[in-house]
Design a protein around this ligand. Sequence first.
Ligand SMILES: Nc1ncnc2c1ncn2[C@@H]1O[C@H](COP(=O)(O)OP(=O)(O)OP(=O)(O)O)[C@@H](O)[C@H]1O
Ligand SMILES: [Mg+2]
Length: 365
Amino acid sequence: MSLITHPHARELTKSVRATVLVFKDPRSVELLNRIERLAPSEANTLIMGETGTGKELVARHIHGLSNRRNEPFVAVNCGAFAESLVESELFGHEKGAFTGATSSKAGWFEAARGGTLFLDEIGDLPLSMQVKMLRVLQEREVVRLGSRTPIPINVRLVAATNVNLADAVVAGNFRQDLFYRLHVATLRLPSLRERPGDILPLAEFFIEEHCQRLGYTRATLSPEAERKLLSHSWPGNIRELENSIHHALLVCRNQRVQPEDLHVVDMRSPVSQISAPPAYPALPDESSSNSLQDALNRLFEQNLPNLYDHIEETVFREAYRYCHGNQLQTGRVLGISRNIVRARLEKIGEIAQSPRSASHGTLKL
Ligand SMILES: Nc1ncnc2c1ncn2[C@@H]1O[C@H](COP(=O)(O)OP(=O)(O)OP(=O)(O)O)[C@@H](O)[C@H]1O
Ligand SMILES: [Mg+2]
């Protein structure tokens, strides 16, 4: 577990995790105003936004603008831990609480005492943990595993999600009571294509930061490169923009970024259609759902063993192939989080077991 405080964040990560925030487009300026109004309150806050829209950065900013700014900011990725470990990681444990608990350990709630606890990808929190989380929020105290003594906690909770939690409630994957607890204040981060006025200022910002870091003379964008940046749909949002600028700086000549230096994959495929609801209502057409039904009926008739596992495995394997091995995209196609995709792909042996899901989780910085 690490304690992360805002001013040192950049030292902890390769990306230029901004200590500067770029908010130029009118929609972003509006967002920033809202952040500034919400931050000093003690309200639990739910940040919603597509991947790479800056949820974690905004959470840090909220902390930095709050009265808790000199206290810890603890970031926790709820999807990064095996279900059996989540409880002890969140609430801590006493020595001997379970096999392998050789010493007692404080959980994240205790580590964040007085400060802010950032629960990233809250939608991935197992249902069993959601009940316990709710109790902690109501009682404002935690009990370590293997202990009976409640420890009072004083944390502000900021949670983030890139799945629609209201839908997850309807689908039975997220508890409604916890949803309302978290939903006190909400911030929806617009995707980059909804705030096009930020594209060039962000590109300039990343050029500046990366050139400095790489020890390069400051590069510039050609007008054609600017046009290419403006016309791309940025499904990976700000992170994708940062990566493509980083790559362009490594390959461009004479400190001038040309369109061919910018590696962007245009996803005007069914995948991006799903993530753009207003233009593309995502209703499956009748013929495709009928053929799916037919295929299922044929399978039912065959009386196969482990049919459910087989179907689930096929869905993940095929979606992963369809997305050319891109986990993020696979999650988007299936409408679930990248962490769930990764866990399932590991389970079916499509990808190697990552050390973090194999044993202890790592914090995402
Ligand atoms: N307003 C901004 N100004 C400058 N840089 C930004 C801004 N918003 C995000 N970034 C940068 O974009 C990258 C992605 O941000 P962040 O990790 O906060 O996104 P996220 O929404 O948490 O993504 P994910 O859902 O994939 O976890 C980071 O490198 C961050 O520093
Ligand atoms: Mg994040």
